[in-house]
Ligand binder design. Structure first.
Ligand SMILES: C[S@@+](CC[C@H](N)C(=O)[O-])C[C@H]1O[C@@H](n2cnc3c(N)ncnc32)[C@H](O)[C@@H]1O
Length: 196
């Protein structure tokens, strides 16, 4: 990773930490993934050679940068979905300051609608970090748009284990998925569609 991107990530980490500590209003918080989680996502995208990456929940674009630099390194790109007008503006600024804007498509809209309008098996890798209460409802479409052999990563698997319990139990119970919770950052639930 180049120094300019490292500096931008460090700046966003400081901004997110200070901002989130200063407000209890969830809509004003950045709620960024941890640095370790960024490294982990980068590792997964690179090793799986995932070219078509989807992120649900952009916020100000911190996690998108991790996904984008990894996707770019394997010749891919990231589509990221965000509902909030304010967050979309912040993310646009973030992407404009990076050298990754050419591999990021920012979709300003509701994730459920985005998923429903996406083609089947159109993504190799999906990172889910959004409104947790919606995940169960979104699952049939997530399952449809993730290609066979593709991977789903869900943040907050340990920090909000109770809220994700039903979703994780459902995906873990499916015989055609292999899944595990990895204790990195806020806990990452990973599921991959096995083709055997
Ligand atoms: C936890 S934050 C994402 C943090 C980001 N992934 C990061 O680590 O930098 C969740 C984001 O999901 C967005 N969101 C909530 N409900 C949504 C929906 N139905 N469709 C799209 N985005 C949504 C919120 O506005 C918020 O910015």
């Amino acid at each position: 990773m180049n120094q300019q991107l490292q500096n931008l990530l460090t700046e966003l980490e400081a901004f997110g930490g200070a901002n989130d500590a200063s407000t209890s209003d969830r809509s004003q918080r950045m709620l960024n993934i941890t640095h370790d989680t960024g490294l982990f996502l980068s590792f997964l995208v690179r090793t799986s050679l995932a070219k078509r990456v989807l992120e649900i929940g952009t916020s100000n674009g911190y996690s998108t940068l991790w996904l984008a630099q990894a996707a770019k390194s394997v010749g891919g790109k990231v589509t990221t979905v965000e509902l909030s007008d304010t967050k979309v503006e912040l993310a646009r600024t973030t992407f404009g300051r990076s050298e990754l804007a050419d591999v990021i498509d920012l979709f300003h809209g509701e994730a459920g609608q985005f998923l429903a309008s996406s083609d089947s098996e159109s993504f190799d890798f999906i990172f889910l970090d959004s409104e947790r209460s919606e995940y169960l409802a979104w699952w049939p479409e997530i399952k449809r748009v993730l290609r066979r052999g593709g991977s789903l990563v869900v943040d907050n698997a340990t920090s909000h284990a109770q809220e994700l319990a039903e979703f994780i139990a459902l995906v873990s119970s499916l015989p055609d998925y292999v899944s595990v919770v990895v204790p990195i950052g806020n806990g990452e639930f990973i599921a991959t569609h096995s083709s055997d």
